[in-house]
Design a protein around this ligand. Sequence first.
Ligand SMILES: *Cc1c(COP(=O)(O)O)cnc(C)c1O
Length: 385
Amino acid sequence: MTDFAPYGFATRAIHAGQEPDPTTGSVIVPIHATSTYAQDGVGGLRGGFEYSRTGNPTRAALEECMAALEGGRHGRAFASGMAATDTALRAMCRPGDHVVIPNDAYGGTFRLIDKVLSQWGVEHTPVPLSDVDAVRAAVRPNTKVIWVETPTNPLLNIADIALLAQVAHSAGARLVVDNTFASPYLQSPLALGADVVLHSTTKYVGGHSDVVGGILVTSDDELDSAFGFLQNSAGAVPGPFDAWLTLRGIKTLEVRMEKHSDNAELVVQALLRHPRVTSVLYPGLPEHPGHEVAAKQMKRFGGMISFTVEGGEAAALEVCSRTKLFTLAESLGGVESLIEHPGKMTHASTAGSMLEVPADLVRVSVGIESGDDLVADLVAALDQA
Ligand SMILES: *Cc1c(COP(=O)(O)O)cnc(C)c1O
């Protein structure tokens, strides 16, 4: 097997784990639609596979490719980002343990920790991760995990990964980075000291809004064994077609992220000029409070932008319903542009909690269409709202 570590990102995306099939020469990894594998005598496994919950060659290719992209030794693929999140937390926490989470965490992550894992005795404290002193103050003797999102969803706050890794490690805890918003192209948490990187591959990694999935990458052999044990024991694995679609998406990740970032920069400039826009949240802006840290740990600033509009919730909802190219929908990271109202959509479950998001907030996932068309569409919607 070729060692892809010395190669550039795009080369790893296209080739790692995906060498031509040795038996047929198939250039593209086949969709191994099989539940089981013939054995040459009892225990005589031909390719190391015995049953597809435990392992499948298409899934293995995805796991190897994602490990190579994040610079980790091991990858474990799951049926969704939430299945990966659940696995990571259950592998690292026991009843009575404690997790520090962002106070603007992804809604589904907050729900899992607050409504499900709490029933099994896992405690949590939400804090603003951009405030390292607040994180230090939240750490307790039973803290096992500091959970990081950066940029956060939907407020695009920035956390300093290298600094938080030190805080976690000096407390005997582990640092997990949900790298979904940045993608492995823009940010490499393991190189900054994180123990585990998680993606909802549903978003930028898959990139085409046609498949749901998740991944965990680590270089820690023991953690990887724990993830693998749960992956097989609980069985929240992706099917081979899902793994194949995700791999197909990954091949263009670098060029997509460059174009997402180009288009986002155009959209940000147009939003800043529009009289109805009261604030623009984008880590690429020099006035963004996390800009310096983002510039240090990210290659570029990605395709996610949030902004607030004059006229409160009613105006925000108007804007969301008036765009033509930006489709009103949840999710993000696909080639097509999406718009949403976090307060009523993705983050509705945080209403009334300290994670509640502003009512006049609009979030856009800037796609890779022609940038001028996207700007015109958003400006027209704002003019009418
Ligand atoms: C979407 C998302 C998840 C959950 O992933 P699913 O694939 O929807 O289960 C977790 N974290 C972030 C930041 C996300 O955007």
